[in-house]
Design a protein around this ligand. Sequence first.
Ligand code: ADP
Ligand code: MG
Length: 331
Amino acid sequence: FDLQNDDFTSLQEVGSGNGGSVMKVQHVPTGTIMAKKIVLIDAKPAERKKILLELQIMHDCDSPYIVSSYGAYLSEPNICICMEFMDKGSFDGIYKRIGAIDIKVVGRVAVAVVEGLRYLYDEHRIIHRDIKPSNILCNSQGDIKLCDFGVSGELINSVANTFVGTSIYMSPERIQGAPYSVKSDVWSLGITLVELSVGQFPFSGSFSDTDDDDDSDLERTPPADARPGSLRVPRSPASARRSRRRRSKGVSLHGGEMTLSIIELMHQIVNEPAPRLPAGKFGADVEEFVGACLEKDPARRSTPAQLFELPWAAYSRHNGVDMAAWAATFD
Ligand code: ADP
Ligand code: MG
C-alpha cells in the first residue's frame, strides 16, 4: 500500500487515548476498511524518518495474535498508523458495556496475550510495553489480538504528551525506574486479567471513577511490606493531604486531576501487596496463573514461556468457548 491522506474517507471515530485518536476509515483506492491512528508528534525531520523506518517492523509482524499493519505515513504534524480494523473494539470498552467477562473468555484473552508476547519477543525481540485492556482487541470472528506495541523507541520519545509511557498498568519495578523487560508486560497482563474477570480496575481509592470506593471483591493481605518513601516521585505533605481529601470523595481518572491520582496510585502499586482475585471464586488454576503474573519481585515473576506451561493456560487453549458466538452477544 502507498498510503496518503487524500485516499481515506473517515467513517467514524472509534476512540482516543493519551497518544492520539483512532478513526475507522476506508482506503478508497482499494476499498479496505482500516483503523487509522493519528498521533501528534514533536520530532525533527530526521527523527520522523527514523520513526517511519521503525514502524516498518510492525509491517513485518505476521501472527494471529497481533493486529496487522497496513503501513504508516507522515501528515504534518501527525504520524498516521493504519492497521486492521477490529470491529468489536477493545476489551476495555467491552467489559465497560457488558460487565465482568466470563472467566473462560478471560482464559482465552490470557492465552492470546501470552502467545502475542511470545511472538513479538521470540521473532522480533520486541517488548510490548503497554499491555492493558484497551490494547487487546476483538473482532466478530472471535479473534483476540494485541495492538500498540512499542516498536519505535523514537516514537515513544516524540509523542507530544508527557503522560505517554506512564501507565496505571505499570509494574512496581518500572515505577521505581528499572528498565523494561518482558516481565513488566507479564505484570500488566495480571492486572488486566483481574480487571476483566472482576469488572473493575483492581487498585481502589484515588482511582474510582465514581463515589463508590468499595473494593470488597478484592482480597488483600495486610500491607506488611509497606515501605513509605521508596517511590521516586516527590510528594509534598500538602499534596498528600490534598489527595487524601480527594480520595475520600473519589477522583475521576479522567480530566485535570489525573496527575495527583496517578502519583497516589503509583505509591500503592509499589508499597502495597499485589492485587489478587477474590479467593475461591474462579478456581485454584486461575489464581495460580494470576498470582504468577502479579509477583511484585520481577526475579520471582513468570516469563511468558513459563505462563504458557501453567495448567490454566493449557486448559484455556481448548476450553470449548465459541469466541465468535460470544462476540455476537454484544455490539
Ligand atoms: P488507549 O489504548 O490508551 O485507549 P488509543 O488511542 O490507543 O488509546 O486507542 C483508543 C481506542 O481506539 C481504544 O480504546 C480502542 O477501543 C480503539 N482502537 C484502537 N485500535 C483499534 C483497531 N485497530 N480497531 C478497532 N478499534 C481500535
Ligand atoms: Mg491503545
